[in-house]
Design a protein around this ligand. Structure first.
Ligand SMILES: [Zn+2]
Length: 362
């Protein structure tokens, strides 16, 4: 028994996710990431030959490349994630939490704590291959399920070696609330928990607030799911928010991010809380927007905790820089478990990097 892992995209930088796992003469693509930056070409799908694709969640850097794949390629995702597929794209249901077989491989999924309908993926080959997708331990709404043991863990390291607790982020955002603010956020992820927090803060401070209807609709969807798919004690908070009317002239606005720029929101300061594109970095440098992170990915100590939980012998930090000084920091955090190769081969649970001259997919 053997398995091969090819990280087509997502290693060495924050970039589209696309990983091929080959086992039992079948190939499964994990995620089909689209460009994070407008106009950027997707190159990982060129010449690709796989038997199925599994999508972890509905953010563009994980699902946006589906349009590059043959429309007949079997695609698996949860029903909520399927709503973000290109119109008419065929798909098959992936459990929100459970086990199924895809292309002859045992696939286990669980809640990743990051977004509505999002899951991590565990493949039952070679002692377990675990892919976290995007994952977080700190969500107030989305639970994180402890995965089964895995020999190799491909983990969301989007935050690099950053390790600030979520409470510190919330405290920092609180400092800004007494001025007119608009928060552009991805509507299926942190938007939901930011909505609850902002509503409670607005009430406590006597501030006016409006929340994008699509974010309200997603909270309603979350409330309609089985209770085990959201954190306990969140139902009352969600119900209270849904019953709360929007202010007609709010000083705080939570908006679905549609590439908003500061110029689109006169009278408001734009406060971003996630990944900044180069053009937004320029806006930040010019003082046109504000930025304060709201944790939705694994911070460094949680990434190590997850690797420990699943007994991973090898850990690949994804979606982050892997040159020094970051590389040395990862070595300190993960020791001999750190793996940074693009192509990996597992044979009887032993991991080998594939030499450079044999890296193309056969
Ligand atoms: Zn995501």
């Amino acid at each position: 028994m053997s398995a091969r892992i090819d990280i087509l995209s997502g290693l060495g930088d924050k970039g589209p996710a696309a990983i091929v796992v080959e086992a039992n003469v079948k190939r499964i693509l994990l995620d089909a990431g689209g460009a994070l930056h407008p106009g950027e070409a997707i190159t990982w799908a060129r010449g690709l030959d796989v038997d199925a694709v599994i999508i972890s969640h509905d953010h563009v850097d994980h699902i946006g490349g589906v349009s590059e794949l043959p429309p007949t390629l079997p695609l698996y995702c949860t029903p909520l994630v399927a709503q973000a597929l290109p119109k008419g794209r065929a798909w098959q249901p992936l459990p929100e939490r459970g086990t199924c077989r895809i292309a002859g491989i045992e696939v286990t999924t669980g809640q990743a704590g990051h977004s509505l309908g999002g899951v991590w993926i565990h493949l039952g080959v070679e002692g377990g291959i675990f892919y976290s997708g995007d994952a977080c331990f700190e969500s107030q709404l989305f639970p994180f399920d402890t995965p089964p043991p895995a020999n190799i863990a491909l983990l969301d390291a989007s935050y690099g070696t950053y390790d600030q607790p979520q409470q510190a982020c919330v405290d920092a955002i609180s400092e800004h609330l007494n001025r007119p603010l608009a928060f552009p956020v991805p509507e299926s992820g942190r938007a939901l928990e930011m909505a609850l927090w902002l509503a409670e803060e607005a009430d406590a401070r006597g501030l006016s607030l409006a929340i994008d209807p699509i974010i309200r609709a997603n909270l309603k969807t979350l409330l309609a799911l089985p209770a085990t798919l959201r954190r306990s004690h969140s139902d009352e908070r969600i119900e209270a928010l849904l019953a709360r009317p929007d202010a007609s002239q709010p000083s705080l606005k939570l908006i679905s991010d549609r590439d908003d720029t500061a110029a689109m929101w006169p009278g408001f300061h734009l406060l971003h809380t996630g990944y900044l594109t180069p053009s937004r970095c320029a806006e930040l440098s010019a003082g046109d927007i504000l930025w304060q992170r709201w944790n939705v990915h694994l911070r460094a100590s949680h990434l190590v905790e997850l690797a420990d939980q699943i007994n991973a012998e090898h850990v690949v930090p994804l979606f982050t820089h892997l040159s020094d000084p970051a590389l040395s920091a990862w070595r300190t955090l993960l020791g001999a478990r750190l793996a940074t190769e693009k192509a990996l081969f597992l044979n009887n649970h032993v991991l080998n990097a594939i030499p450079l001259n044999n890296r193309s997919l056969a």
